[in-house]
Design a protein around this ligand. Structure first.
Ligand SMILES: Cc1cc2nc3c(=O)[nH]c(=O)nc-3n(C[C@H](O)[C@H](O)[C@H](O)COP(=O)(O)O)c2cc1C
Length: 263
């Protein structure tokens, strides 16, 4: 049993039952649990009008509970759209590092992210001091595709003699990198996107790297040697270089039309 139901507070309204997708709640004057199907999504707890339902796993984390009026949206559609319009990839950064408190602020976006089966198994690595070691590790894996991709060849040349190039061919002027690991690709990407958007709200910027991700596709086991503390069933599904923007864009640029089929 995963829930604590305060039978004195419960008014038997059935709202908890109506949002439970695991048929784990029934009403007999008051709510009760029918079995152990619960996957701890917390919908029952979040909708209860009298705070009668609590998930046992949330005990001690009451400070994370915030009441809000569902009719008050904190961001308007037009503000949100304008925010998305103003987003651009940032590859040129100031020589200033993001501190741990700021990273923790960004991770709040991931903390509230949805995940497949409510697994909540997305985890992050922030590479800073060990970034160069990691990039060498990546190169040793992706170099098998050097003939195919000019950018990987450039990366190899850079590692062999980094005095000859002004910018890193994969990181540009980035000095910090966020990697996202999960068993489920979609959950990882969603979590990273939220973190990315919060970054823009704090005046930070960054870009995703496809070449770094290649390391996981080419030799997952070797990649994971760099991260002995991470479960090998998880994959690196997102690599986001982040920092304080040095260049500031002034206008939006049109995109190709989006193809949508309404069927
Ligand atoms: C999955 C993904 C991988 C990307 N890989 C790289 C990359 O390896 N190097 C890079 O400089 N930019 C990379 N980008 C950034 C794109 O090039 C960029 O989004 C595109 O040029 C459009 O620019 P904008 O993001 O400013 O709209 C990547 C973006 C995505 C979504």
């Amino acid at each position: 049993m995963k829930l604590m139901i305060d039978t004195k507070e419960c008014i038997g309204c059935g709202q908890c039952k109506s949002v439970c997708i695991r048929d784990n709640i029934e009403i007999d004057d008051v709510a009760y649990e029918t079995g152990s199907n619960c996957f701890e999504c917390g919908h029952c707890m979040a909708i209860c009008p009298t705070k009668a339902v609590t998930l046992k796993i949330f005990k001690g984390r009451e400070d994370k509970i915030v009441d809000y009026n569902p009719k008050d949206l904190p961001v308007s559609y037009s503000d949100m759209l304008q925010f998305l319009k103003q987003r651009r990839s940032i590859r040129w950064f100031k020589n200033k590092k993001i501190d741990k408190d700021t990273f923790n602020k960004l991770l709040q976006g991931a903390y509230y992210s949805p995940s497949a089966q409510n697994e909540q198994d997305v985890e992050f690595v922030v590479l800073d001091n060990r970034l160069n070691d990691f990039m060498k590790h990546v190169y040793n894996i992706i170099k098998v595709e050097e003939e195919e991709f000019f950018r990987i060849k450039q990366f190899g040349d850079y590692i062999r003699d980094n005095s000859i190039k002004e910018y890193h061919p994969l990181l540009w002027s980035g000095q910090q990198l966020i990697l996202t690991f999960s068993t489920d690709k979609t959950s990882a990407v969603i979590a990273n996107t939220r973190l990315e958007l919060l970054a823009y709200s704090l005046g930070l910027g960054g870009f995703y790297s496809l070449f770094i991700l290649k390391a996981d596709e080419i030799d997952h086991d070797k990649l994971m040697e760099f991260f002995p503390g991470i479960d090998k069933n998880k994959h690196m599904y997102s690599a986001f270089i982040i920092g304080y923007p040095k260049k500031h864009f002034k206008r939006t640029i049109p995109h190709k039309d989006i193809n949508v089929k309404f069927m």
